[in-house]
Design a protein around this ligand. Structure first.
Ligand SMILES: Cc1cc2nc3c(=O)[nH]c(=O)nc-3n(C[C@H](O)[C@H](O)[C@H](O)COP(=O)(O)OP(=O)(O)OC[C@H]3O[C@@H](n4cnc5c(N)ncnc54)[C@H](O)[C@@H]3O)c2cc1C
Ligand code: FES
Length: 259
């Protein structure tokens, strides 16, 4: 197994997309091999914040060696990231984790469902997946990346809970109203949304991949802080813990056991 070391990336861009959401583009100075759904662990300069912050890969240019990351300012770590200027360096580890499966799906109907900061990793996925792609995006009040998704998908529909953009409601409202009959679903977003997507897909026997988010510490499978329950057999009690950072964050959605 390839051992990864903490490395330095040069910031090419770090700008606000909305008052709370920022776009950072970094140059890692080498060619890359990354799978959609994987993430980078970004380190803070402030020594009081030792734990890295996991941020999904939104887009990657493997030849140029650049990552596009989209992050929401939540606490002190992400707040510090907003202060980083062009050409400054940021320490990172990655790409980490197990990403989405890129199945051969030329003629398949693909439904991609994202909520909030679960939306960014679905962009690189949408670019790489074949098939007839429809994208449902849910936000609180302001959408992000809608224009980028429109370039790579057949249809993009937006819902906001405030009704400021798209329909007033959630992605589940879009899903219920859309009469979709997909061959496969890919989803990333808050736990409640993923649980509802799972129930919808299960009822219709549709295969799905879900990307989970858990609080993390090491990010490399060593500390077991980030475990989730994954089904391992036919019975309800047949489950085991797996690590979101290493075995995931993307799992076969049928096997995820939500509390
Ligand atoms: C696999 C994965 C991918 C992610 N991708 C993105 C992304 O693309 N964009 C984005 O905006 N956010 C993403 N997040 C959430 C992001 O990691 C947290 O919002 C961020 O770490 C918060 O750090 P903070 O210092 O600002 O907040 P604080 O609350 O001060 O963080 C304190 C500690 O808790 C951890 N933490 C806090 N919230 C979360 C959370 N929701 N999930 C995991 N760890 C958390 C932090 O890593 C840190 O160690 C992702 C999380 C995971 C697990
Ligand atoms: S964060 Fe340490 S095992 Fe996942």
């Amino acid at each position: 197994m390839e051992k990864k070391n903490i490395e330095k990336a040069r910031i090419l861009k770090n700008q606000a997309l909305t008052p709370e959401i920022y776009e950072m583009v970094v140059d890692v100075g080498k060619t890359l091999d990354a799978v959609p759904g994987q993430f980078l662990n970004l380190y803070c300069k402030d020594g009081s914040r030792l734990l890295p912050r996991p941020i999904s890969i939104c887009e990657v240019d493997e030849k140029m060696g650049t990552f596009r990351l989209i992050y929401k300012v939540l606490g002190k770590g992400t707040e510090e990231f907003t202060t980083l200027k062009e050409n400054e360096k940021i320490e990172y580890l990655g790409p980490l984790g197990t990403g989405f499966t890129l199945e051969e799906s030329d003629n398949k109907e693909i439904l991609i469902i994202g909520g909030g900061v679960g939306v960014p990793p679905l962009l690189e996925l949408s670019k790489r997946l074949k098939g007839k792609k429809r994208v449902l995006l849910g936000f609180e009040k302001e959408s992000i990346l809608t224009g980028d998704f429109k370039k790579v998908a057949r249809e993009v529909t937006v819902a906001t809970t405030t009704g400021t953009e798209g329909i007033k409601g959630t992605v589940m409202d879009l899903l219920e109203e859309g009469e979709y009959v997909p061959d496969r679903i890919y989803s990333c977003g808050p736990k409640g949304m993923l649980k509802a997507v799972q129930a919808w897909a299960r009822e219709r026997n549709i295969p799905m991949e879900l990307s989970l988010e858990e609080r993390m510490a090491c990010g490399i499978g060593a500390c077991l802080v980030c475990t989730c329950k994954i089904k391992e057999g036919p019975h309800i009690e047949d489950w085991n813990y797996q690590r979101v950072c290493k075995d995931g964050p993307v799992f076969n959605g049928e096997e995820v056991v939500f509390e």
